[in-house]
Design a protein around this ligand. Structure first.
Ligand code: 15L
Length: 281
């Protein structure tokens, strides 16, 4: 393995973290719990992150993932990057290429040049959305089976992380995030939910575990109806505590009865497997 610019530390330095997509829904949820004494969050987004309560030391960088110079400056002096930025739903090929594929490659390159040893990448269930749950938890190492152009771009992001790990020894953890919302959305959400508290637990595990190397880890809570393996997350110290089941009666009451569209084992991507490809969501 060649180590240039970035290297695996084995340590768990979390004093200055670059958070991309910091003005987004998940980034905003993460800021207060990620605050801690002795840590500075460097928030990067194209729009100013909102002022919210409960945050700690923060710095703001207004920059696009397409701006390689700005990304390099943003990566200087940080101990890790948590990359949430980019396109978060289905969109045109240009959108997913620019915001997710090029944006992530730009960020990985900036992190490498700045000597950042660890990068956490937000991937998604939709990178493997065509896999079915047949009763056995789906492992994190199943091959890519994207359900959308967006999902394909997330598979590309995982693969870009692998490239930077193999070439430069950077620690890269890809989070196959399920559905990170305050409460589960719809019947599928009872299986794919990631509570905000567990999302924070997951990110902290990624930041603090020693020598992760390259990994893909599912980002879901400990859902009674869960479809995916928690073993890969537990191996890095992610022990989810929440379960969507507490919301099941209400979710089921509000949801229409399941139709005949997907009569067999459910596909992980749910209805995303049938959305028009490339149509902005
Ligand atoms: C995702 O990847 C999306 O970013 C998010 O908005 C949710 O829709 C989630 O997947 C999901 O599958 O629920």
């Amino acid at each position: 393995m060649t180590r240039q610019g970035a290297h695996s530390t084995g340590s768990a330095d979390t004093t200055r973290i670059l958070l991309t997509g910091a003005a987004g829904r998940v980034g905003t949820q993460l800021r207060p719990p990620a605050a801690r004494a002795g840590r500075t969050l460097r928030l990067l987004d194209i729009t100013a992150p909102p002022a919210i309560e409960g945050t700690g030391a923060e710095e703001t960088v207004l920059a696009s993932l397409t701006d390689a110079e700005a990304l390099l400056e943003a990566c200087r002096g940080v101990s890790a990057v948590v990359h949430l930025g980019g396109q978060s739903v289905e969109s045109t090929l240009d959108d997913v290429l620019d915001r997710n594929v090029r944006g992530t490659l730009n960020l990985l390159q900036a992190a490498r040049l700045a000597g950042v040893p660890r990068v956490v990448l937000a991937s998604s269930t939709h990178a493997v959305g065509f896999h079915r749950y047949d009763g056995a938890p789906v492992a994190a190492d199943v091959p890519a089976r994207p359900d959308t152009l967006y999902g394909w771009s997330k598979a590309a992001i995982e693969s870009a992380g692998r490239l930077y790990h193999d070439r430069f020894g950077m620690d890269v953890i890809c989070l196959r995030i399920g559905s990170w919302f305050p409460t589960p959305v719809g019947i599928r959400g009872l299986s794919t939910w990631l509570s905000p508290a567990d999302g924070h637990r997951l990110v902290e595990a990624c930041l603090s575990c020693p020598d992760p190397g390259y990994r893909i880890v599912w980002g879901v809570s400990r859902n009674t109806r869960g479809w995916v393996s928690l073993a890969e997350g537990e191996a890095i110290g992610y022990h989810p505590l929440d379960d969507a089941e507490q919301f099941a009666p209400e979710v089921i009451r509000r949801s229409a009865a399941p139709g005949p569209a997907d009569p067999g084992a459910p596909r992980l991507g749910g209805s995303w497997c049938a959305v028009p490809l490339g149509r902005p969501g």
